[in-house]
Design a protein around this ligand. Structure first.
Ligand SMILES: Cc1cc2nc3c(=O)[nH]c(=O)nc-3n(C[C@H](O)[C@H](O)[C@H](O)COP(=O)(O)OP(=O)(O)OC[C@H]3O[C@@H](n4cnc5c(N)ncnc54)[C@H](O)[C@@H]3O)c2cc1C
Length: 592
């Protein structure tokens, strides 16, 4: 049983590093920083510990976790305009040790090299693909695939992944049976199966890795990989049920703010721990900006009406948010007799038992994890790609457009990615799980939706109350920029077009969403608007950019205007990619 702290062990004590949020990034950092026995580290996590929790360990546990406040914060957006009928959108985010890595869909992919190089181009020295790969390989322990039952084989280069890091990663041994036919259909459209997907060249189709233990077939997350193996270090304390409410600072804008302590709520009471070196926020892209604003660091015009004294006027906090938007469909009812495996089938213990035969070495029941992915540039998806690019370029360059100078510069780098015919702008994923019913029970369904890789619309997340227990206000500005709808529509059409080729078309009984009546671009756009959602990859709310370009943190992840407050979670990404970087060593290097 891991050694979790009690409040009385830590209240009023001084720690070198205080980590606010024991999620994906926070626990990597806790591990790395506490490697040095001469520094003291405390993790304050709002949720519970979930040690050996079977729901978390189960690779398909994420479906019930989505609707359970024990594991998930249950946040919602503001009503969304832009033809979205003022609908509210669910924003999922993990709660408890491991954070979102304990509730996510286990999909383990790496971005295109240009996605990461863009960070360096935006003024962040060292944030490039070579370094990303170095840290990524240090983290992962990728295991060779066990022989696959089906034709959907992993294609990857052994040297593109790490083999002895703390995080076990593997290829799920089974698949739904739709992935390989989809690959063949996409190949007819010029989207080929590749082996470079984990080496920075991602345009094509390939089997995704999963954060799945190769033998036990359990989820691997940051708690099991990074925290529990080292939790008995005497210099590391972990307090769960501890909601960080603010960073207590001294100094002013002229000298820079210094974090002296962190306040947290535990069991209805408020306490402090004192800071000797750094306060590190890793509460995720929705909650890290909330903690900063509650601490008086943020946009004066937001803080003062709430009665919060502005210690540091940094209006960029909580802006520049981006997310991966998707929709339902094209979705199909599948024909009988094709050995299709869906989420519903795999939940049946008898069915799973029968699958085990070829896998004597595997200990746990065989899971189904989403593993069929395709990534492609707009140029491949839309005949009018150049026209669309010219239109958004003209808008960005037009002085009359409502963009700040900083955002305009970020957009220029984002435009380079859009113009590059090798860099993906949209993704297709095979989803053999029905989170909402697709049709009459007892039939097999699969959803093969597009996902917008890099939206131009920018949202916000801010507090609207001084109460730290009140949820922040999320306004994602979905489809505010027309180009986003154009790109996702192009992706939708590619997904649908692939289904006209054998063997893909032979396994499909009928399209259930949106169905054969939806044909024209306008009809498809209407369908997307009424079925849009996010896959919960929010980034950008504390962007790592030069301050005059809209930055909140510098390239060493320190909040501008502060001497010792950092943000290390996904909120630092200035432009969205499909994965997360490991930040621990940067902070460590600064101090050791
Ligand atoms: C349902 C779902 C499915 C996903 N599927 C995938 C996938 O398959 N593949 C993929 O690559 N990505 C996926 N993602 C995204 C990915 O998991 C996250 O983007 C990533 O894990 C975020 O890491 P983080 O460190 O930024 O934040 P998190 O891991 O969310 O950590 C934040 C932590 O801070 C804690 N916290 C928040 N506020 C406070 C506070 N005030 N005080 C103390 N603690 C606090 C939270 O409880 C949480 O533990 C998914 C996300 C979700 C929600």
């Amino acid at each position: 049983m891991p050694l979790l702290s009690n409040p009385e062990d830590v209240i009023g004590r001084r720690f070198d590093f205080i980590i606010a949020g024991g999620g994906t990034a926070g626990l990597v950092l806790a591990n790395r920083l506490s490697e040095n026995p001469d520094v003291s580290v405390i993790v304050l996590e709002a949720g519970n510990a979930h040690v050996d929790d079977p729901i978390i360990l189960s690779p398909t546990g994420w479906v019930p976790q989505l609707f359970n406040s024990e594991y998930e914060w249950g946040l919602q957006s503001t009503p969304q305009p832009h033809s979205l009928d003022q609908r509210l959108f669910e924003f999922r985010s993990g709660k408890g040790l491991g954070g979102s890595s304990s509730i996510n869909c286990l999909v383990y992919l790496k971005p295109h090299r240009a996605d990461i190089d863009a960070f360096e181009k935006l003024g962040n020295p060292g944030w490039n693909w070579e370094n990303y790969q170095k840290y990524s390989k240090k983290a992962e322990s990728v295991h060779a695939p066990v022989p696959p039952v089906r034709q959907f084989r992993p294609t990857y280069n052994h040297d593109d992944v790490g083999h002895d890091g703390p995080l076990p990663v593997s290829f799920c041994p089974i698949a739904s049976g739709v992935e390989y036919p989809l690959q063949k259909g996409l190949s007819e459209l010029g989207i080929e199966t590749i082996s470079t997907g984990f080496g920075g060249e991602t345009a094509g189709t390939y089997k995704a890795l999963a954060s799945l233990h190769p033998v036990k077939m359990t989820r691997t997350d940051s708690a099991n990989a990074y925290l529990f193996p080292v939790i008995d270090r005497p210099n590391l304390q972990v307090l769960t049920g501890a909601l960080v409410t603010k960073v207590v600072t001294s100094g002013d804008e002229a000298t820079g703010l210094t974090a002296d302590a962190v306040e947290f709520e535990h069991g209805g009471k408020f306490y402090q721990v004192l800071c000797a070196k750094d306060v590190i926020l890793s509460a995720g892209a929705i909650k890290s900006p909330q903690i900063l604003e509650l601490s008086g660091i943020g946009d004066r015009s937001i803080l003062e009406p709430l009665g919060i004294e502005t210690k540091l006027d940094l209006p960029t906090i909580g802006t520049n948010t981006q997310d991966h938007f998707t929709c339902t469909g094209p979705a199909y009812e599948l024909r009988d007799g094709n050995d299709i495996i869906t989420g519903e089938l795999i939940a049946d213990p008898d069915f799973r038992g029968n699958l085990k035969d070829p896998y004597k070495e595997i200990e746990g029941p065989l899971p189904l994890v989403m593993s069929g992915y395709a990534f492609f540039p707009l140029h491949k998806a839309a005949a009018n790609a150049q026209e669309l690019i010219d239109k958004i370029s003209a808008k960005i360059n037009d002085e009359a457009s409502p963009y700040s100078a900083g955002l305009r510069e970020v957009y220029h780098v984002q435009l380079e990615l859009l113009k590059d015919e090798d860099v993906p702008d949209v993704e297709i994923m095979v989803v053999p799980f029905s989170v909402i019913p697709m049709g009459p029970a007892g039939r097999a369904y699969v959803n093969v939706p597009p996902v917008l890789s890099r939206p131009f619309s920018r949202g916000t997340v801010h507090i609207n109350s001084a109460d730290p227990l009140a949820p922040p206000v999320i306004d994602p500005h979905i489809f505010e920029e027309d180009i986003d709808m154009e790109i996702i529509t192009a992706g939708f059409k590619v997904s649908r077009a692939a289904a006209q080729f054998s063997p893909y078309k032979d396994i499909i009984a009928r399209e259930v969403k949106p169905g054969p009546d939806v044909v024209t671009d306008d009809q498809i756009k209407e369908h997307i608007k009424s079925h849009v959602g996010t896959v919960w990859h929010m980034v950008g709310s504390c962007s790592m950019l030069p301050r005059d370009k809209g930055g909140v943190v510098d390239a060493k992840l320190k909040v501008y205007g502060t001497n010792n407050i950092r943000v290390v979670d996904l909120s630092i990404l200035p432009i969205l990619v499909s994965t997360h970087p490991q930040a621990g060593d940067i902070i460590k290097a600064d101090h050791m």
